[in-house]
Design a protein around this ligand. Structure first.
Ligand code: CP
Length: 307
């Protein structure tokens, strides 16, 4: 099989294990390409892609843009700030105006859960969800799982702890869907106020003590406290959060086994991770970023073929 089962990538929930395997095999080839002296292939020549970002981003936006350019696509970038969205233009009007310029694919980040699904019902272009509110961030989960596979030789049977603000995290939800499909065991860990009640229905364990989660896991994927999405006070102070849930290099060094440390970024240094942990030999955080380009090249290439 060389085609994805879907013509959009809206969420990991919608795709199959075979889709994920195909994306990984394709990304393996593209990882070779981006490490060659000539990093560009003509695969998406004459394909035009719009990166439409209604919410802030560093890694995802740059990674998609680089992936598109490495595939020789024509690229246009839109950010809501400084656009006519500020004059009251709707999401659908904005995107339809972009599509009128003969755009084939839209990569979209939006603060509202379901925004890319809404677009997929109304427009013809392929849509890639680059993060929708607290819902899904499928390419982040794919690059996370790809990085685990690369570091540990596979994902099946591995114990992955997702630690931090689970409640507001699209990365957590997409990771859970992806890692479950790939046969990993998953634990979520954080303050009880930041763990959604429904989470155990997804077949994951819940642990409130970070030390126990670190002792249990092969991989700790640590998430940022998303203060910008928190309307209520979920814990007394950041200082107290760090005291109970912050991870230091010493905590990792003191474990009886080696574990892999991951973080999707942006890191709040000194809150969920100390700098010495983030920059330690345990960390594969920058490998995740490198793999993001190859995985996104694979997704765009395969979606273009499925159009
Ligand atoms: N991981 C991630 O989504 O980072 P950005 O918000 O910088 O894109």
């Amino acid at each position: 099989m060389s085609k994805l089962s879907q013509r959009h990538l809206l969420g990991i929930k919608d795709i199959t294990r075979q889709d994920i395997d195909l994306i990984f095999e394709t990304a393996d080839n593209f990882k070779d390409v981006i490490n060659r002296p000539i990093k560009k292939v003509p695969s998406l020549r004459d394909v035009t892609i719009a990166n439409v970002f209604f919410e802030n981003s560093t890694r995802t936006r740059l990674s998609f843009e680089l992936a598109e350019k490495r595939l020789s696509a024509d690229v246009i970038n839109f950010t809501a700030s400084g656009s006519s969205v500020k004059k009251g233009e709707t999401l659908l009007d904005t995107v339809n105006n972009i599509l009128a310029m003969k755009v084939d694919m839209v990569v979209m980040r939006h603060a509202s859960a379901g925004a890319p699904h809404f677009l997929a019902k109304h427009i013809k272009a392929n849509i890639v969800n680059a993060g929708d509110g607290t819902h899904e961030h499928p390419t982040q989960a794919l690059l996370d799982a790809f990085s685990i596979r690369e570091k540990l030789g596979g994902v099946e049977g591995k114990k992955i702890a997702i630690i931090g603000d689970i409640l507001h995290s699209r990365v957590a939800l997409s990771n859970i869907f992806a890692l479950k499909k790939l046969g990993a065991e998953i634990m979520v860990c954080g303050p009880p106020t930041l763990i959604p009640k429904f989470i155990s229905t997804l077949g994951v364990q819940v642990e409130l003590e970070v030390k126990k989660a670190l002792e249990w896991c092969d991989v700790a994927n640590v998430l940022r406290i998303q203060l910008e999405r928190q309307q209520l006070k979920y814990f007394p102070s950041l200082r107290e959060y760090t005291l109970y849930y912050g991870i230091s290099k010493k905590m990792l060094d003191d474990l009886k086994k080696k574990i892999v440390l991951m973080h999707p970024g942006p890191i709040n240094r000194g809150v969920e991770l100390t700098s010495d942990a983030a920059d330690s030999q345990h960390s594969i955080i920058l490998d995740q970023v490198e793999n993001g380009v190859a995985v996104r090249m694979a997704v765009l290439y395969l979606l273009a073929g499925a159009a």
